[in-house]
Design a protein around this ligand. Structure first.
Ligand code: AMP
Ligand code: GLY
Length: 424
């Protein structure tokens, strides 16, 4: 039995902590800093240390004698939490800062993909405004403009024409995204359904989690701006066994081989965001962590012991391990605060939380507890997640539970689980 620490405070971390606490290997799960949802889980305790405070996390892990740490968000991974923990003799699952650049810099990721012959959209990178605008003039037609650095899923503009693309270029290179937007990537706009393919990597070896699909746009029918994700379901409707084999062969395996050839023994979660184009699957992005909200439905379907898996990957040996997955689909819809994804309003009371329903789990994300009341604290407030014998049954359960929750000014998408039309 050992103490586990989960780093982060969102819905993904609530789902990871909930799953970790079910492990027979875990005596207690600490979440730094966690949220009111994790605070209420049996065998889970919050630690008042921010996810960005790497030194504070090292000290907490030492003081609490944590045997294994799992990092939820990309920020600490890109900032080198794994390198720092390893130096202190602590076990921390995730890539080193050098390998986490796959997520931390889109231009680095694109160069990696091109260098290793992995299918992705054609692209060019820029720091100079005139050069970027010139490129747009020479490449008329739909383009996608991306801030190079971390932008919480919001640094991507899918532009219909040159006017929209150049406005995005001006905005980003003009400083709207700070340091993250000082360099931009402009890439050809692809179309097709999207899928998230997440693996637990261990050098060149890996175990694939079930496929999932995220709904990134704010509004129903995939309209409105990109967000961190308004809902997700698993398995992805557009990925059959043949396509999954193709994704493994053309994308996951060459990526792990490429990382290895570049000198990275990647041990942790690796997320490939894919567009399933007519020419085959192509990489839109890599994340060096689990997806949020994909984690919520995937953890609900995962029957294997998460801690045993993490331990094996950290030890460098996945031999003989397989993932046991509940065949039933699962779905998560996000309840977002008024104003999300712009400036979300905080401090509204959430009602209807004290109700348990079979096969439904309300994961907390942006919540806070003030004098015994649960209030909103961030953009994505809750992730209502359920499992069903069909996706439709899971949807019905999720939306029935959603209707019993109250949060002034909140909004949510009503079409999570309806297959995305893709691309637009
Ligand atoms: P990213 O953060 O790079 O995954 O981009 C966020 C979202 O923007 C993706 O999930 C897609 O919906 C969209 N997107 C990104 N790149 C492209 C592309 N090349 N073509 C069309 N849509 C894209
Ligand atoms: N849901 C997309 C992400 O976690 O990046």
């Amino acid at each position: 039995m050992m103490k586990i620490m989960i780093v982060g405070s969102g819905g993904r971390e609530h789902a990871l902590a909930w799953k970790a606490a079910q492990s027979e290997l875990a005596s207690e799960v600490l979440v730094a800093p966690g949220n009111p949802g994790t605070a209420r889980e049996p065998r889970v305790r919050n630690l008042a240390v921010d996810a960005a405070d790497i030194e504070g996390l090292v000290q907490a892990a030492q003081r609490e004698q944590v045997a294994l740490t799992i990092v939820g968000p990309e920020g600490p991974l890109v900032a080198g939490i794994v390198d720092r923990f390893t130096k202190a003799g602590l076990a921390c699952l995730g890539p080193t800062a050098a390998a986490a650049r796959l997520e931390g810099s889109k231009s680095y990721a694109k160069d990696f993909l091109v260098r290793h012959g992995i299918p992705t959209a054609r692209h060019a990178s820029f720091t100079d405004l005139d050069a970027a605008l010139d490129y747009l003039r020479q490449h008329p037609g739909p383009q996608v403009v991306k801030a190079d650095g971390l932008a919480s899923g919001k640094g991507v503009v899918v532009a219909d024409d040159e006017t929209a693309a150049s406005a995005a270029v001006r905005l980003m290179l003009g400083g709207a995204f700070g340091e993250a937007g000082r360099r931009i990537v402009i890439e050809e706009r692809l179309s097709g359904p999207e899928a998230s393919f997440i693996v637990l990597a261990c050098g060149r070896d890996y175990l694939a989690f079930p496929t999932s699909e995220d709904h990134k746009r704010l509004n129903d029918g995939d309209q409105g701006p990109n967000t961190g994700g308004m809902g997700a379901f698993s398995p992805a409707s557009a990925v059959d066994a043949r396509l999954e084999a193709l994704i493994r062969e053309r994308i996951i395996e060459p990526t792990l081989q490429g990382l290895w050839d570049d000198g990275h023994d990647y041990r942790g979660f690796l997320y490939a965001g894919l567009m399933l184009t007519a020419e085959g699957p192509k990489v839109l992005e890599f994340n060096c962590r689990f997806g949020d909200p994909e984690t919520q439905p995937i953890m609900m379907r995962l029957e294997s012991d998460l801690i045993a898996l993490a331990q094996a990957a950290l030890a460098g040996d996945l031999t003989g391990l397989q993932l046991a997955i509940d065949p039933r689909p699962a779905l998560c819809a996000i309840l977002a605060a008024h104003g999300y994804p712009g400036t979300p309003r905080e401090g509204d009371e959430i009602t209807g939380l004290d109700r348990d329903e079979p096969e439904v789990k309300v994961f907390h994300a942006g919540t806070q507890e003030v004098c015994g009341r649960i209030l909103s604290r961030g953009g994505r407030v809750l992730g209502i997640t359920s499992r069903g014998s069909t996706l439709e049954e899971a949807r019905t359960r999720v939306y029935r539970r959603m209707a019993s929750l109250g949060l002034a000014g909140a909004h949510y998408r009503r079409d999570i689980g309806r297959r995305s039309q893709g691309g637009a």
